[in-house]
Design a protein around this ligand. Sequence first.
Ligand code: GLA
Length: 378
Amino acid sequence: MIETLRKRFTEYFNEEPIICRAPGRVNIIGEHTDYNDGLVLPFPIEKAIYFAASKRQDQEIHIHALDLGEETVIDLNNPTSDLQWTRFFMGALRVLREDQHSICGFNVMINGDIPFGAGISSSSALTCGFLFTIKHLFDLNYSKRDIVFMASRAENGTGVNGGKMDQFAICMGEENKAILLDCRDYSYQLIDSEVKGAKWCLFNTNVEHNLAETEYNDRRADCESALTAIQERNPEIHSLRDLNEEKLNDFIDLISKTEFDRLTHVINENNRVLAMVKALTETNLHMAGELLFESHQSLSELYEVSCEELDFIVENLKKREDCIGARMMGGGFGGSVIALLKDHAEDFEDLESRYLDSFNLQMDIIPVRSKNGISILT
Ligand code: GLA
């Protein structure tokens, strides 16, 4: 794929490009916690988006999206675009302007193998990759860590009002490691992601519900409104991270039953992240599996971000001897299930065909392991 990209770029622009790789990410556990100052445990994967780029002498950005078979030109003197797929780039250009990084025109050609809608963060890979490519083309003085925050600002307002887990995993990840990230202060620790006797695998539902963005933003709003009510009584609670189940009971009269359920999920999910780190460190597969199933149940019943297709896959995996644990991953309402499978697990034909019969949809199985975060390939 990289060689094809290089070749196409050279043929088209008649120049040697720099090539940037921006991976997708998975998350072992810690869902809907990042925007609540909570804990997450993601890692970058092999599937990635690649950017080939070279500088131009004018003020134009020529973008070729090979997978889409589309191209466009953005004029830096008057940057506008009504193409849906350029919205992350437009966001990134706005952030560069706001931060007073000056650039001139460039050519960029993009391809990749991250399936869109699988919940492995193709949008953040696009935004982070674009910013990293520009940094290298123009020798700009922002770091990978800065890109986490720049990309998050760039993506804001484009749909999902997300946290910073995805950008952090994509920019800061390292091969064979998962990132135990504390979204209160963005401190982190690297944990071994490889588990002896087991392997990580995604089951892509190939479902992307229309309501995903609105529902996601609604869940975030539920957490924020509950927090505001709680803070009126106790201003020392800065975020949901300052709560535990016992403390939450002190505020039960201030919040709705739905808000109570949402907060219960967030509080317990943070605890599950720490318990998962312990389980993985001690190679306690039984505990790791229990935590994944518990997380799924909580996301489905308390946070209400699952869907029939995700529940179907998790319920069916649960019945298999070779599945240690599984749960829905990412924002929800479609996307993928992440599962921890025993090393010998194979043959999911029966599950695939029953999934097809039930939903008239193909299910994709994607083995994953931790790879490097964003990089320039030489
Ligand atoms: C999406 C968002 C992330 C995170 C997850 C849920 O992937 O982009 O920031 O909130 O959902 O954990």
